[in-house]
Write a protein that binds this ligand. Structure first.
Ligand SMILES: [Zn+2]
Length: 246
């Protein structure tokens, strides 16, 4: 039995104990389903993939971060039943990547801070990456670590997000990315600054190519100026002062 067959078997077995829910509306659905048809029709799907932020070859985004898509992301991040949105996002993103002929040697989840993992008990991008990995048979490479004092990106401006990303993320000493085509995985992208900064780190670590896939994208174009410049040690002091003033 392959990983996908085991995953689907366990999913159906779990529905004997607890009902299966649509993560977009909360309706009970059949054990083999991942969402209801009504919600699938209502999802604000992205028809034309957005121009990617700097350092990324492609950005794949399934839908706009609005309406029921936003509600499901909130359930993933803040709800008690993250499994339902994680399963649905994994399926929908896998179908999108397959339709776009995306190929990669590894999936790299955007890491969460240790603090947020402690609060939630899981990392949202990691649970999505795990499900895409099972469906597409691409390994997960946890190539990036987040420092414990990471400031939540959502509270920051576009400029400070780029600086904060460089301050709070670093390539793991166990990362094996040299010569590999990678796809960064996350639930949502807002300005693209984090994805751009992480892609630059992976390219500097030897990756041959970096793309990114997200479930939802906040409406709006990426600004080219949002891409951060190469971080240098001499800039560290300036960055820290900037963050302190916020
Ligand atoms: Zn539904």
């Amino acid at each position: 039995m392959n990983r996908l067959a085991i995953y689907e078997f366990l999913r159906r077995a779990a529905s004997v104990i607890a009902p299966n829910f649509c993560p977009f509306c909360g309706r009970v659905i059949a054990p083999e389903e991942y969402y209801c048809e009504e919600c699938f029709k209502l999802l604000p799907k992205i028809r034309e993939q957005p121009f990617p932020p700097e350092n990324l070859r492609r950005l794949y985004a399934y839908c706009w971060y609005t309406g029921i898509a936003r509600d499901a992301v909130h359930m993933l991040k803040f709800g008690k039943c993250y499994i339902y949105p994680a399963d649905a996002f994994g399926l929908l993103m896998s179908e999108m990547l397959t339709a776009e002929n995306a190929c990669a040697d590894a999936l790299v989840p955007v890491p969460s801070s240790v603090k947020s993992i402690d609060i939630r008990g899981f990392a949202p991008a990691a649970v999505i990456a795990e499900r895409i990995s099972i469906r597409m048979n691409i390994p997960v490479e946890n190539a990036i670590d987040a420092d414990f004092d990471k400031i939540e990106q959502k509270t920051l401006t576009r400029k400070s997000r780029a600086i904060n990303a460089r301050r709070c993320f670093h390539i793991s000493k166990y990362a094996d990315v040299a010569g590999k085509k990678l796809i960064l995985i996350d639930d949502v992208t807002t300005t693209g600054s984090t994805l751009s900064a992480l892609a630059e780190m992976l390219l500097n670590a030897g990756a041959s190519e970096v793309s990114a896939a997200v479930f939802a994208k906040v409406p709006g174009e990426f600004k080219k100026s949002s891409a951060p410049k190469l971080y240098r040690k001499t800039e560290r002091k300036k960055c820290l002062e900037f963050l302190r003033k916020m």
